[in-house]
Structure formats: structure tokens, C-alpha cells
Design a binder for this molecule. Sequence first.
Ligand code: UD1
Ligand code: CA
Length: 450
Amino acid sequence: MALNVIILAAGQGSRMNSQKAKVLHLLAGKPMLLHVVDSALQLNPEALHVVVGHQKEQVQQSLRHFPVNCISQDQQLGTGHAVAQALPHIDDQSVVLVLYGDVPLVPVQILQKLVSCVSDQQIGLLTVELRDPSGYGRILRNTSGMVKAIVEHRDASAEQQAIHEVNTGIMAIKAHCLHSWLPLLSAKNAQQELYLTDIIASAVANQISIATISPQLEQQVKGVNDLVQLAQLERWYQLQQAHQFMQQGLQLADPERFDLRGELILGRDISIDINVVLEGHISLADGVIIGPNCSLKNVRIGSGVKIKANSVLEDAEVGDSCEIGPFARLRPGTKMAAGAKIGNFVETKQSNIGTGAKVNHFTYLGDCQVGQHSNVGAGTITCNYDGAQKHTTIIEENVFVGSNTALVAPVRVGSGATIGAGSTVTKDVPADHLAIGRGRQVNIGHWKKK
Ligand code: UD1
Ligand code: CA
């Protein structure tokens, strides 16, 4: 049976108190809506429709790389009205799965199970027992346990509010059923909206049965209506990820203080200390050790690398057995060959550090190449920017750069050369030469202290 998925994402999300559309708020570094889109696409639907309205341009923009059909709901008149906007695009015999852009973590297997419940005589509804059901629509069942209706929290009597089984908002239903019952919805309710949930009562009146499915864990179907709920779901999601990686052999000092906002590829025997944030595409080879408070974004780290406390790496590649930090900053385009070292308060950008080279203290290397086994002394600065353009500094192999050297690019230091401490190097240095470019020291004897 053909499947069409409708994701509702037009609501304002006023309880977020934010300028940003609710469904674009990030969970594990990715907009909530894209979590839902990813799950929906795994079901291989004939079409995926996203109902957009509030902050439509930004929401559509976030979907530009996905095969989705955006449908406008210009006035947000309720979830039933939102589904009705998509319905003209869907064949009557198709199964429709309704998902909510603010319910981001429903497992694909549950959605599959829900879809497989659907027939002309049956609707699939995802419900869950919550310890605290407040805010959610409650599931009303008759004496024999059959679902008879959903009542929204704000419309529920005190007795109904005491029910803990709630509507997740997610349902699967034949399109022709929606065709028959959506036009019957009325806005005579507390929110004066056309509630999708009211079609359940219509279905029951027409002898259609409601099959309910529940998730294993309540967080899998939790909706996000405010920033407190978003933070709670984020922590839950991060802990799940942490536990999965720990099962695979990742050692985490504290799984509660682990944040992965992207994809992680892991070797064996890796350990990560507290408060490490990993973003984008991260790959860590065997034996990598990451100290506390590090931030890594889009990096590939070779085996046996040690990254010490408070280091920040972005768009960088690090070869085997390198050492980094503490307090190092590797900016985009940094590449370290095997066994290289970058120490404290060193900033690098668009730079290649050769095999076994050392850049240990207080240094800025921008647009720079450091040859193998060269040593860059403390306080060395590449003057790579002349106010208009960037220029390259080349330090060949086995060079010794004395402390507090300024390398005024473009400039090349030949292999085996030595630069005296405190030099300002404005001219190329030939191989094996000693370059000294600084004022001579004068010692004056007859002078008076003020
Ligand atoms: C909804 C359900 C409630 C359920 C809860 C689960 C209804 C009437 N209520 O309530 O039973 O327990 O979800 O999380 O369906 N939207 C539109 N257009 C609109 C209105 C909403 O696209 O006109 C979208 C929103 O962007 C959101 C979703 O539909 O993604 C749900 O809307 P929301 O207002 O958050 O509904 P709840 O009050 O949470
Ligand atoms: Ca909601």
C-alpha cells in the first residue's frame, strides 16, 4: 500500500518564547524537524509533505536538501486544518502517517508498526502512559477497553485529566477516512481550533477500530513545547548515545557530561573525559585520549593521539601519535603529520605541521607549513596578513625558530636554518644559515634612575 507522510510544522510554538520557529530549534545540533524528516524518509514514502506556516521561509529553507513537498497553511487553525491542507495531494487509497515536527525522536520501527495496523476498518494510534500527562490529549476508552475518543487537556474534565494514557499526536489512517471526517471538525473547543484528534470519535461512530501502539520509552514520543522540555529531551538523547558508544567500548568519564551533535566514528580503547563537545563529522582512531573541556568539530584524529584539557579543534586532521594542548586552538585547515606536537596557547589556521615537528608554546601559525622535525619556539608569530591579503610562510625541515620570532610573510626558511630569538624575519633564510634580525643590545653604565 502506498504511504504518504504528513509532518505538521506550521504552528508558532508560542510557549518557546523565541523568535525562531519551534521546529527549527536544535536537538543534538540538528533542527527537531530534520530528525522527523530523517525518520520519515526511512519509511520510503511515496511522498513526504511538510505543512509549513509560521516562519515559513526559514522552515522551507531548512528543508531545501530533502525530497519534501512543502504545503502552506497560512492561518494556523489547528492540527486537523493542517492535515486538510495536505490531503488534496494524496490519493484516496493511500495510507497517511501524520507526524509532528515537535515530536522528534520516534523510532522508525514504531512508525512501521503503526503503518502496518492500517486498513479500511482500522486506524493506528500511537499512545503512551505518562507519569505526568499534563498538556497532552487524553485517551478515552470504553468499559471494554476500546478507544472511543481523545480529549485535549484544556477541554478535559477533572476526571478525564486524571487519565495517564495520552495521545502522542502520531497516527496512521487511510486517506479516504480523512476525506470523510476532516470536513466534520468543529472549532467549538477551548482553543477554538480544528483538532485532528476529534476524528477518532468520528471513526468510532463509523465502526472503525482504533489500534493503539506504545513505545518502549516515553521519551521516544515526547513533544517539545518549551525550552525546559527541549533541554530534558536533549539530555535523554545524549545519554542514550553515550550508553550506545560505551557498549561499543568507548570509555566516558561521565556519560552525563558527553555531547555529540553529529556523527562519531570510533576505533578501540578511546577515552573521553568530562565536558567534551563533539560536533559534525568526528572520527577517532584507536587509543585516542581526550582530556576535559575540549570542543571538536569536523575532525579526523589518528591513533594514539592525546588531546589535553581545554583544546578547541575545528576542520582539522591530526596524524597518529600527535599531542595537542592543553589550551590549544586548531582552526580550519590545520593538518598535523604523525608525531607532531602543538602545545599550550598555540593557534593554527590553514597550516601543515610536519612529522615530529613541535610548536609548543604561545604561537600563531596562519597559512604556514612547518617541515618535519622543525621546532618553533615560544611566542613565534606568522605575520600572514598585510591588511589586504594573506601570505604564506614556509618553514622547511629541521629548522629551529628561536623564541619570539616574527615571520613576515611571504617568507621561506630553508632546511636546517636557525633563527635567533627575537628576530623579525622579512627576507628568506637560505638552508643551514643562521638568521638574526633584531636590534643589538646596548648596555649603558652612566645613567640615572628617576
Ligand atoms: C497535540 C495534540 C495532543 C497531543 C500532543 C502531543 C491536537 C489537537 N492535540 O497537542 O492531543 O497530546 O500534540 O504532542 O492535535 N500545527 C500545525 N498547524 C496548526 C496547529 C499545529 O502545523 O494549525 C503543528 C505544530 O507546529 C506542531 C503540531 O502541529 O508541530 C502540534 O501542535 P501543538 O500546538 O504543539 O499541539 P499540542 O497542544 O502539543
Ligand atoms: Ca506540541
